[in-house]
Structure formats: structure tokens, C-alpha cells
Design a protein around this ligand. Structure first.
Ligand code: FES
Ligand code: FES
Length: 209
């Protein structure tokens, strides 16, 4: 009888780790390319026939930002590792925690689950873009300071962005409505009562502003 052949499976390499590695490698390559590229090449380079256009302009926090983006790159990766906007946090990196929430055309989105190429013609706002040019905090940011509403605050940028987006459409919510509206955000410190108190104060601040 012919013995059954058992093929060994590679261990330690998951699909998730593989994708992360590809993104990290691309970020390093893109970053290094900036070191050796002159401004005329940056704005004037053409694409070879059949090539995917990687150099694109994003509108982030009211500014036009030129950036080299891989076609499989998420917005969270671009914001944090290409544009240096590290206020956007990466928690789960799979649409579960909301730490990466940004506004896209005023609507909250998980930036870990949006491909950067899909936001070319849209306006992206991160936590860094909320304050006024003179440094005045956004009313919801000020409420966080006033209420000290977070423990470690890793989840804070995501909660603030979700709340700002929710309040744009619902400026006068009840506590229950706000809790439901930002329920896509999780806090590992489970400090929800204090967070909701701060966000309700933010709503009040926005109505006064
Ligand atoms: S990091 Fe995007 S939802 Fe958790
Ligand atoms: S305050 Fe620590 S994760 Fe929310």
C-alpha cells in the first residue's frame, strides 16, 4: 500500500502577518524614494503604459498632500506612516475598535479599512485637523480636556472623530442617542461613563460655539 504523504504546512506566517509585511515594506520603499527624488520629478513624473499611478494628491486637514501610495494601502497606513499624522491610532486594524476613525467628507470612517486610492477626490480630516489655525481646540477636544474623560486615551482620537461626525448630523442628541451613534468605538479601559460625559459636554460646547 502506498503511504499517505503528509505535506508540512508553514508555521508562523498568517495571511494577516503577510499583508502587514507587504504594507510595511512598501512604506519603507516609498519613504526612501522621497529622499532621492527632486521636486521636479515628484510633480512631473509620468506613468509607464500599464503601470498603476501611485503618486496622488490627497486633501487632508484642508491641505493638498502629494503622496506615493500602493494600490493595496489603507488610509490609516498613509496617514500615519507617509504623512506623519499619528494622532490616528491603529488598534485592531480590522474594523472592530474605531481607534482609526477619521472624517471623510464629514462622515466618520474606519481608516484601517479604506483604501487610500478611494479617497482621492474627498476631504479627509484627522484629529490633527480639528483645532483652529490659531490653536484653539475644537469644542469636543476642549470637552475632553475639561472632563478628563479618558484613562490611557489611546481610543480618544477615534471617539472624538466619531462624535464630531455624529454631531454634525445630530447636534442635539440625548445621552442614549449619542451612545448609540458612537457605539462603533471601543475603549479597552472601559471608561464609557466618563467618555460619554465628555462627549455630551462636547455637544453642548458645539451648540454654544
Ligand atoms: S484600527 Fe480600525 S477599527 Fe480598529
Ligand atoms: S481610555 Fe484607554 S483605551 Fe480608552
Amino acid at each position: 500500500m502506498t503511504p499517505i504523504q503528509i505535506h508540512e504546512q508553514p508555521t508562523g506566517v498568517t495571511r494577516r502577518k503577510f499583508i502587514k509585511g507587504v504594507i510595511a515594506a512598501g512604506a519603507a520603499v516609498s519613504a526612501s524614494s522621497y529622499l532621492f527624488r527632486g521636486p521636479e520629478q515628484l510633480f512631473g513624473q509620468g506613468s509607464l503604459p500599464g503601470a498603476v499611478e501611485r503618486l496622488m494628491t490627497l486633501t487632508v486637514n484642508g491641505q493638498q498632500r502629494r503622496v506615493d501610495v500602493m494600490k493595496q494601502e489603507t488610509l490609516a497606513m498613509t496617514l500615519r506612516y507617509k504623512l506623519g499624522l499619528t494622532g490616528t491610532k491603529l488598534g485592531c486594524d480590522r474594523s472592530e475598535c474605531g481607534a482609526c476613525t477619521v472624517l471623510i467628507d464629514d462622515v466618520p470612517h474606519y481608516s484601517c479599512s479604506i483604501l487610500t486610492h478611494t479617497v482621492r477626490a474627498k476631504k479627509v480630516v484627522t484629529i490633527e485637523g480639528l483645532e483652529s489655525p490659531d490653536g484653539t481646540l475644537h469644542p469636543v477636544q476642549q470637552a475632553v480636556v475639561d472632563e478628563q474623560g479618558f484613562q490611557c486615551a489611546f481610543c480618544m482620537p477615534g471617539f472624538v472623530m466619531s462624535t464630531v461626525g455624529f454631531l454634525k448630523a445630530n447636534p442635539n442628541p440625548t445621552l442614549e442617542q449619542l451612545a448609540h451613534g458612537i457605539s462603533g468605538n471601543l475603549c479597552r479601559c472601559a471608561d464609557y461613563n466618563k467618555i460619554l460625559t465628555a462627549m455630551m459636554r462636547g455637544a453642548e460646547n458645539m451648540r454654544r460655539a
